[in-house]
Design a protein around this ligand. Structure first.
Ligand SMILES: Nc1ncnc2c1ncn2[C@@H]1O[C@H](COP(=O)(O)OP(=O)(O)OP(=O)(O)O)[C@@H](O)[C@H]1O
Ligand SMILES: [Mg+2]
Length: 368
């Protein structure tokens, strides 16, 4: 079996390192603090919270994923779904009774064979379901609540957004005994929700910035993965791998999967295998990348090309500006800002970077 995991939450033996972050998070949980966890896509936010709670004896996690919510009803449903998914033998009956008005459906999980609860598809949340659900959370003992992709609330229509954020805040602020985590990757949006003084959540949470895994902790973990399939590696391969992936753990593991598929038991996996692994990855992503390309202007492409040529990340110095081939600096700035709005690039401190480092590699490879 391929020992690398990507695109999923990793815990237990699949979770590497982060002892220090787990310790910090555990301290916040023991104080029932509210934590706003900010970090790039695929950096490991969701996994870190899952793993931390998993290691806390007697604690459980209510995981509420707000990705893609468009209406208040979607938000309420996701909260109820999160609560239902956390049902255990001891909470099942109480849960079914507390939410009887939503006519929960009892089923069986095909993998664990455990009973499950879910909201019937046609049932609408009631006007007080949100408050009831949040109150229910406050009564759970030793439970951590994670609102993941919390910034998605900002995509609700303005009036609904203001209303639901205010309602959530007013309930959550009364819950002194429940630790809440709010995680998200669209940095500016989450910052605005917690650190802009006009926001209802202003200063209600401690900021927890999550960076990449260090190479020192991640490299032995990956080497061990390769050795499970009788493949040897070297320091050059790992250095190259981390560079190509900008140290983003999810991307590193994705490329390791491709390296694994490109090699066989007994092989030495050196840096020369990376282009072949990328080629494999491109064949999966080709269509998605072509669609991205259709939606960008000629000047934006020039900027992407220049950025790809310097490894996918650059600050706006004279050298980079000249390398775009665009005469006016203000046009480069405009093109880069549009690419940030389209979530093709993002800004970290002073640098512009590809959200997906493999897209940059593809642009370079295709000589676009
Ligand atoms: N501690 C870790 N050990 C090993 N791999 C990790 C670790 N953290 C993250 N990863 C890798 O990154 C991938 C994404 O992890 P996760 O979903 O937790 O990140 P995220 O920051 O929540 O991502 P997103 O922004 O997409 O929600 C995992 O599937 C795994 O490949
Ligand atoms: Mg996540």
């Amino acid at each position: 079996m391929v020992p690398f995991r990507s695109g999923m939450v990793v815990v237990g033996p699949n979770f590497c390192g982060r002892e220090q972050e787990i310790g910090r998070l555990r301290a916040h949980i023991s104080r029932c603090a509210r934590v706003c966890m900010i970090g790039e896509r695929r950096i490991g936010k969701t996994s870190l919270v899952h793993e931390t709670v998993r290691r806390l004896r007697g604690h459980s996690l209510v995981f509420i994923d707000l990705l893609g919510v468009k209406t208040v009803d979607d938000v309420v449903r996701r909260i109820v779904d999160g609560i239902f998914s956390s049902a255990t033998d001891s909470t099942f009956t109480r849960l079914a009774r507390s939410f009887a008005a939503l006519r929960p459906i009892v089923g069986v999980d095909p993998v664990t064979n455990m009973p499950t609860l879910s909201m019937a598809p046609g049932v609408q949340p009631l006007p007080d379901t949100l408050e009831n659900a949040l109150d229910y959370l406050s009564r759970l003992k030793n439970t951590v609540v994670l609102f993941d992709e919390f910034q998605a609330l900002l995509s609700l229509p303005q009036e609904e957004q203001t209303d639901i954020i205010a309602r959530m805040r007013s309930r959550i602020q009364l819950q002194a005994d429940t630790p809440y985590m709010f995680a998200g990757s669209v940095r500016g949006d989450l910052d605005r929700m917690f650190f802009d003084h006009s926001s209802p959540f202003y200063k209600t949470a401690v900021r927890f910035e999550l960076g990449p895994l260090t190479r020192a902790e991640f490299a032995p973990f990956l080497q061990e993965g390769f050795s499970q399939g009788n493949r040897s590696t070297d320091a050059d391969l790992l250095a190259h791998l981390f560079d190509v992936c900008h140290d983003v753990p999810g991307d590193v593991q994705r490329l390791c999967q491709c390296l694994w598929d490109e090699t066989s038991s007994g092989d030495h996996v050196g840096p020369d295998a990376i282009p072949r692994a990328l080629q494999r990855l491109f064949s999966d992503e080709e269509r998605a990348y072509a669609i991205l390309l259709e939606n960008i202007t000629a000047q934006q492409l020039k900027c992407l090309r220049a950025l790809a040529a310097v490894g996918g990340a650059a600050s706006l110095g004279g050298e980079f500006l000249a390398s775009t081939g665009i005469a006016a600096n203000s046009s480069v700035q405009r093109a880069l800002n549009s690419l940030v709005k389209k979530r093709i690039l993002f800004r970290d401190e002073k640098r512009y970077r590809y959200c997906d480092p493999f897209f940059g590699e593809w642009i370079k490879h295709r000589r676009l």
